[in-house]
Write a protein that binds this ligand. Structure first.
Ligand code: DON
Length: 290
């Protein structure tokens, strides 16, 4: 069966990443950062890219347009679920699952211009991460050759009027953004920016308004770990988003951002040791937002 698994073998590139890597980084809203292990090791951002592009379209279109055109609801189902689209009245539900993220890429402005859309996505990544990001070509080629589920999702959404630009262009942008390299340190910085009401804790630049930072955190909270989001929140009380590259971005509003990286995944596609590390930190420091 195709899907997230311990071997990460549904994306061939990821199956070859050293499974012993582990990095953890914390960035406080005052800009103080702490890191350990492989926190500076670049890896595929994968689904955490969905948070970045959700931020971008929230800025470009506003929160009501995002809710109307994509949705802001949990699915409770796997990240690549076609069933979720059907069950939710042909809606992608949220920018933080594959369907909604492809739809989000179609919404990025300026419509119809791949290069300009990609430039906007990259700039937004850089603003949130506090430093530039670059494409992992091999990962991009690997995903492009095997993303049959996402191609199906994109065309299904096109049929349901949920793709707002050229279908292939939108899917390619999504695949590319998933193939960007980030580090746990960069994820911690991005999470700290969101936690800091949208203001970079190091550069002081306003990347998002405080209202949009809250909206983004609510999206992360409701669906960040797909079908195991509720279990995660019940256990830790920390809004967090995973990627099958082994990364986790966790937001503690008003306090800090956390970035974790450890490649082996659980059945929902979430980093096993990343979850343990963030949960342990949360327990130790009392980070439960509820
Ligand atoms: O589209 C995909 O299936 C991958 N590029 C990303 C999936 C992912 O990271 C799910 N997250 N845990």
């Amino acid at each position: 069966m195709k899907g997230p698994d311990e071997g990460r073998d549904y994306i061939p590139y990821l199956a070859n990443i050293d499974s012993s890597l582990f990095g953890l980084s914390v960035c406080l809203v005052d800009g103080t950062c702490f890191s350990l292990g492989d926190a500076a090791h670049p890896f595929g951002v994968e689904s955490i890219s969905k948070v970045f592009t959700a931020a971008l379209i929230l800025k470009q279109l506003g929160p009501e347009a995002v809710r109307e055109k994509i949705g802001a609801d949990a699915t409770g189902l796997p990240f690549n679920s076609i069933m979720a689209i059907i069950l939710e009245n042909h809606s992608p539900s949220t920018p933080l699952v594959n369907a909604g993220a492809i739809s989000a890429c179609s919404l990025v402005e300026p419509t119809g211009n791949f290069d300009a859309k990609w430039a906007a996505i990259l700039q937004n990544f850089e603003d949130l991460c506090g430093s530039p990001v670059s494409l992992i070509d091999e990962l991009y080629r690997s995903e492009s050759a095997t993303n049959f589920d996402n191609r199906s999702i994109a065309w299904l959404l096109r049929d349901y009027g949920r793709i707002y630009d050229d279908v292939d262009l939108s899917l390619d942008l999504y695949t590319r953004q998933c193939s960007l390299a980030v580090t746990a340190e960069q994820l911690a910085h991005a999470a700290a920016t969101i936690a800091n009401g949208g203001v970079s804790p190091t550069g002081g630049k306003e990347v998002l308004s405080a209202d949009l930072a809250r909206k983004l955190t609510s999206l992360i909270c409701t669906v960040g770990f797909y079908q195991s989001t509720g279990d995660w929140l019940y256990r830790t009380g920390i809004p967090a988003k995973s990627g099958v590259g082994g990364g986790i971005l966790a937001v503690v509003p008003g306090v800090m951002g956390i970035g974790a990286f450890a490649p082996p995944l659980d059945a929902a596609g979430n980093s096993v040791r990343g979850q343990e590390a963030v949960a342990a930190l949360g327990e130790e420091l009392g980070l439960n937002v509820f």
